[in-house]
Design a binder for this molecule. Structure first.
Ligand SMILES: Nc1nc2c(ncn2[C@H]2C[C@H](O)[C@@H](COP(=O)(O)OP(=O)(O)OP(=O)(O)O)O2)c(=O)[nH]1
Length: 211
């Protein structure tokens, strides 16, 4: 059975590879704004879960044609700020700097939606989804540090404008909860969701002597 990651995220791919999975990557190209706009007064967790489901569903046809027996995993991460705002990737240097000035010294909750779709003989036979929140405690970078961090370009393209394991790590005091979920995919939650559709994660691990 093949593990399919319906994501362009290098972080998600790295987390999975480090944990013994060599996914087939299929980028969904989902219009996240359109999916979100179709939701009626959604709670933040509903937004990330709906987006994860849309991403997984978007690649079912392509995957079924090449891997009729597969599990497809889609994810979406956003930051629920201390002021109750749900934000994605800053996209610009100005937005990233502003995000850090607002985050500094406070906490936020990094929400990651997860969706799993199981294919057998090219047909969807099961699906499940859930979200996970991880509390992030932000440090207090100086203006000089914020400017330098933004100048790396890193915060522009990640949810909430920070990373745990990259340049952002200097400015994150800690997390309460699953750190892999902050990187973009929760390993323990994905393990549970795979079990819910009858797939044991250890059956998907690369064999020890694989090249
Ligand atoms: N390396 C790293 N990336 C992070 C961290 N926190 C969030 N991210 C990344 C993971 C995702 O790539 C991105 C969140 O954006 P999305 O969930 O929309 O995924 P993305 O657009 O990257 O790809 P996708 O929509 O799944 O094809 O932020 C972190 O601590 N470290």
């Amino acid at each position: 059975m093949r593990f399919v990651l319906a994501s362009a995220s290098p972080a998600r791919l790295s987390v999975l590879r480090s944990a013994g999975i060599d996914p087939l990557v299929r980028v969904s190209g989902v219009d996240e704004d359109a999916v979100t706009a179709a939701l009626v007064d959604p709670a933040p967790a509903e937004v990330v879960t709906a987006l994860a489901e849309a991403k997984a569903d978007a690649v079912v046809g392509d995957v079924a044609a090449v891997e009729p027996d597969a599990v497809i995993v889609g994810c979406d991460s956003m930051l629920l700020t201390g002021t109750g705002e749900i934000v994605g990737k800053p996209g610009t240097a100005e937005a990233a700097a502003k995000r850090w000035r607002q985050n500094a010294g406070g906490t936020g909750e990094l929400l990651t939606g997860h969706a799993v779709v199981r294919l057998r003989d090219g047909e969807v036979v099961d699906r499940t989804s859930a979200h996970l929140g991880t509390t992030v405690r932000f440090g207090e970078p100086t203006d000089t540090e914020i400017d330098a961090y933004v100048a790396t370009g890193e915060p522009l393209h990640v949810a909430g404008g920070f990373t745990l394991e990259g340049f952002g790590g200097w400015f994150v005091e800690g997390v309460d909860g699953d750190p892999s979920s902050v990187l973009g995919i929760s390993l323990p939650l994905t393990r549970k969701l795979l079990a819910d559709v009858g797939v044991g994660i250890v059956t998907l691990w690369r064999t020890p002597n694989a090249g």
